[in-house]
Ligand binder design. Sequence first.
Ligand SMILES: [Zn+2]
Length: 420
Amino acid sequence: MTSRTTRRLLAPVVAGAVAAAGLTLVNPITAADAGAGKGRARNVIFINGDGMAAAQREAARLYHAGLDGQLTMDELPVSGQLTTSPHDPKAPVTDSAAAATAWATGEKTYNGAISVDTAGNPLPTLGAQAKAAGKATGLVTTAQVTDASPAAFFANTANRSAQDEIARQYLEVTRPDVILGGGEDWWLPAGSPGAYPDRTAADPSEASKGTKGDLIAEARAKGYQYVSTADQLQAARGGRLLGLFANEELFQQRPEGEGDAYDPPASLATMTTKALDTLSKNRKGFFLFVEEEGVDEFAHENNGTRMLQALGELEKAVAVARNYAATHPDTLVVVTGDHECGGLTVEDTGTADESGDGISAEDGPFAIKGSNLSFNLDWTTSGHTGVDVPVTAYGPLAGEFTGKHPNTHVHDVLARVLTR
Ligand SMILES: [Zn+2]
């Protein structure tokens, strides 16, 4: 009997034994085929858990999967670490703009820079290069679509706060095919509220403030299908898609019990699914940037409850990407964070809070899934920290992420797929 025949005969036997034992095959991908990396990569799905490092991932694992459970984002077969320090004259700890510039251009720069170098000169971005190579491109985020992390892949500005200029560059320069997330305020001039009313009770500070005209009208004129609700998103059939589902973020980032909310009109997984449906029609492949912003913004508020909720939604989006790649072996999936936020640790409950109250107070307890145990989160800051971020990967070139690298390494690997 040849080994080929053996394999053919064994497969149903094994499957039958598993079924008989009553086990659930949650993950149909075996270690042997997962991310073997033999094929040639044509597509990249790059996923940012903004503010997510090891403690955030472990807290999410305990809370969403349990002591012996495993998150999809951690099951990806290759893992490594990235350092995140910027080249900033004043700071050794990065912000999202400098970190995303490192990913998108391979250059370290100052905090606040959107794909410009330390002298302010624009740098080639992977988003623009992928488009020039004939690929479809897209971005999906629960932040403003023009927030720093997606912006660095598709725009160049000296200051991350110029979000209306970033939107203009999307339409007039880099033309991502799919743009889904929040930040409607930056696409419309003051006095034009759009689909999401200005100055609502939930956040009186939010109002249209663009200075580049009606960019939604310009998007339509340039062939984008514009949607503002989950139903419209579901029904959309265009090859170019602009979806804006909030004035700013798709959540309210506040301390716990002070008006905090995480209830995006369209979930990150839903937006990711739609983006993949749209981009995958391009025969030369695609680049998709996916981001969960709530991890970072709720960590800034030291709000563990909402941070864990956001991490759960990120996990669902990772599953969408991994399942796509499982049936499209020319797809590289990478999951990482741009920096840590909150100086977070995972601690036992029931011990005194040795770190004091105020901003460094303990947060919890949080139940561990499937267990009668629980854990506390303990914060040390409301800002970013400089610890390494884990990176996990699946598909061709995934093995390049083994080891410890500067965050510019993301660019160097992705460029091998996206610039040719
Ligand atoms: Zn942040």
